[in-house]
Design a protein around this ligand. Sequence first.
Ligand code: NAP
Length: 309
Amino acid sequence: MSEPLYDVLIIGGGPAGLTAGLYTSRAKLKTLLVERMILGGQVMTTTKVENYPGFPGGIDGPDLMVRFQEHCQEFGLETVTGEVTGLVDKGGEKLVTVDDRVVRTRAVIITTGAEPSKLGIPGEAEFTGRGVSYCATCDGAFFRNVPVAIIGGGDTAAEEALFLTRFASKVYLVHRRDELRATKLLQERIFANDKIEPVWSSTVDQVAGDQSGVTSLVLRSRKDDAQRTLEVAGMFVAIGVTPKAHFLADILELDRDGYILTDAECRTSIPGVFAAGDVRKKILKQIATAVGDGAIAAIVTEKYLDDFE
Ligand code: NAP
């Protein structure tokens, strides 16, 4: 039996991908959404989402994403688990490699998002899963009554530091500058929390440990270059994200940080290939903007398919 031809193939099942899928399946376009891990994307590792409109008092990230999925199911969105490794543009038809099969589609929406960046220091890889983590929501509960460090000064670091105070005896917030990038509201909560101790103007040179896991970090002051040891049982890295577009680097235009370049309506450098959400170069990365992107990409895709006929 020959492979069916989809109207739209969406790569990635976070807020942008699910929104695009909701719109295209509601518009009766034959849509397949391919997700590598679990539907929901980065929001699945967020404890509480406080700034997505419509949920006064906030909503747990996974609960919000289950609602997105249920909403998509109402319109019959087809989803499949698999990893996309290649995309070939044949004009009106695109060939997308999903695991070991090739899926034919008329248009593609890339919503692969981003993943936590790594520090790239000695000991980081060795102790990943044994004290080094990129997700406080996932791993925080393993660190009861022990001191931990969180690295970074943005919204993620601030939110995760606050979350970690539920378990850890102490949370060191290690930041390379002497002021946080996080929003004022989060900063106020950080400074009001006795369990959090900021360590300013410092970077991590090395992660040290033994068979039991991480035992300390070697910090370096950016003021006088002096090194010091910080005894902790865990290091949570929250220094921003890296876009997941490397597998498309040969065919799409990316910026130097690896984000997909698009116009304001989510068109990439290839006609019929669109990008939405955190994988796209844009000014603000929030669930609300991912949702907006997903809707725009879907409507522009629909128009592209109409015009092509
Ligand atoms: P971010 O805003 O890019 O912050 C990254 C932090 O890590 C910065 O403080 C940066 O320091 C530091 N950093 C970067 N590279 C480093 C390195 N090699 N060594 C040490 N420190 C390093 O990333 P994010 O906090 O993950 O947030 C990503 C986006 O998601 C942002 O737009 C954020 O607003 C959004 N977000 C929003 C919410 C929310 O609205 N509730 C929650 C989470 C994330 P500098 O400050 O010196 O550059």
